[in-house]
Design a protein around this ligand. Structure first.
Ligand code: FA5
Length: 351
């Protein structure tokens, strides 16, 4: 057996290394020890080089022993550093500069975005009335956004829903994909795959090619509602909307139903709440009308029911689509819708 390398020597080096590493406390000590044992000119590489002086028969066993030792030491250094990372990474000088009497660093905890908060509040208001929440795609087919909702190509009401189109042609040379302009396409998608009774709520983002002002954004959230069954009437729609408005705004707010036109309902209405800023007198937020429109609604058009395979002689239903930011504005007294997506932390932190 060689004078240079023997089992006792490896054992001794192992003991020394373990004891020195476990006693080390600072970043400097650890890195000096790593150089001492594992550095290019360190003890372990030197021993590995000296294997060539060992008898051929013993070479293999020493090689294995040294490699095990090398791996063990690497693991030990790793563990030591992880044990108390912060402490070890501070040099002695850095530690002497630490002032332990300073107050701790505050962790930044995020809050829910006001839109997410209000989407949840809206869903919570409808769940006790038996509605289920479902979601749909933001990039939608023309078929669902328009055609199945009784808005054929070249129908003038498409102008109300100008939007962004995806630059992709199908085999017929058409551009059928768009950023959905409302959550109503989910009416058709749900009815296509479900037998009545249906009672769903669809929160989601919508997009319009629209100039922005205090109450208009080009991207905003809607929550769609749809209920279809035998014998559903306009009174059910009114009762549901009143119940929702009372839960969200309390019983003091005034609610206004007015006739409106949407090709996928008949009759159609828009629902407004009295303006929280001017208390109905007229201001820039309500466009000097005293009312803020929060949703479109109506009885599902018989053509829409037929287009998804429901018999309008048997089934009827109501639908509504509300603007989430408008509800949040009314609920929290926010005067400009553009604040929602301007990423100003002073605004967002209030929620
Ligand atoms: C619709 O989007 C219809 N799909 C609603 C509907 C559903 C009617 C089911 C009938 C049956 P409208 O474009 O009016 O309708 O939008 C609905 C609500 O979204 C409005 O009442 C308003 O609260 C909100 N909204 C509309 N445009 C904007 C906008 N540019 N910025 C912010 N909120 C908007």
């Amino acid at each position: 057996m060689s004078e240079v390398l023997n089992i006792e020597k490896i054992g001794q080096i192992t003991d020394n290394a373990i004891s020195e590493i476990s006693k080390s406390v600072s970043k400097d000590e650890i890195s000096n020890l790593r150089v001492k044992y594992l550095g290019r000119k360190g003890i372990i590489p030197a021993l590995l080089r000296s294997i060539r002086d060992v008898d051929v028969v013993d070479r293999k066993i020493f090689g294995q022993e040294l490699n095990v030792l090398k791996n063990n030491l690497e693991e030990l250094f790793e563990e030591k550093i992880n044990q108390n990372k912060e402490d070890l990474y501070l040099s002695d000088k850095e530690k002497s500069l630490q002032d332990i009497s300073l107050p701790g660093r505050k962790k930044n905890v995020g809050t829910l975005h006001p839109t997410s908060r209000v989407v949840r509040e809206i869903c919570d208001a409808f769940l006790p009335m038996g509605f289920q929440v479902v979601e749909g795609p933001e990039i939608e087919l023309d078929k669902y956004n328009f055609e199945l909702l009784n808005i054929p190509k070249d129908h003038p009401s498409r102008d109300m829903f100008d939007t962004f189109w995806v630059d992709w042609k199908n085999d017929q040379g058409e551009y059928p994909l768009l950023m959905r302009t409302h959550t109503s396409p989910m009416q058709a998608r749900v009815m296509e795959t479900t037998e009545p009774p249906v009672r769903v709520l669809v929160p989601g983002k919508v997009f319009r090619y629209e100039a922005t002002d205090a109450s208009h954004e080009w991207h905003f959230f809607q929550v769609e509602g749809l209920a279809v069954d035998r014998g559903i009437t306009f009174a059910d729609l009114k009762g549901t909307v009143y119940e929702f408005a009372r839960t969200i705004f309390g019983s003091d707010r005034k609610i206004r139903f007015r006739c409106d036109y949407f090709p996928f309902v008949e009759p159609g209405v828009d629902v407004s709440i009295d303006c929280f800023i001017c208390e109905g007198n007229g201001c820039r937020v309500c466009g000097k009308t005293g009312w803020i429109e929060i949703m479109g609604a109506g009885m599902v058009h018989p053509k829409v029911l037929s287009s998804v395979g429901y018999d309008p002689e048997i089934y009827s239903g109501f639908a509504f689509g509300m603007g989430v930011e408008r509800i949040a504005m009314l609920k929290y007294g926010i005067e400009d819708i553009r604040l929602f997506y301007s990423n100003d932390l002073r605004f967002l932190k209030q929620f």
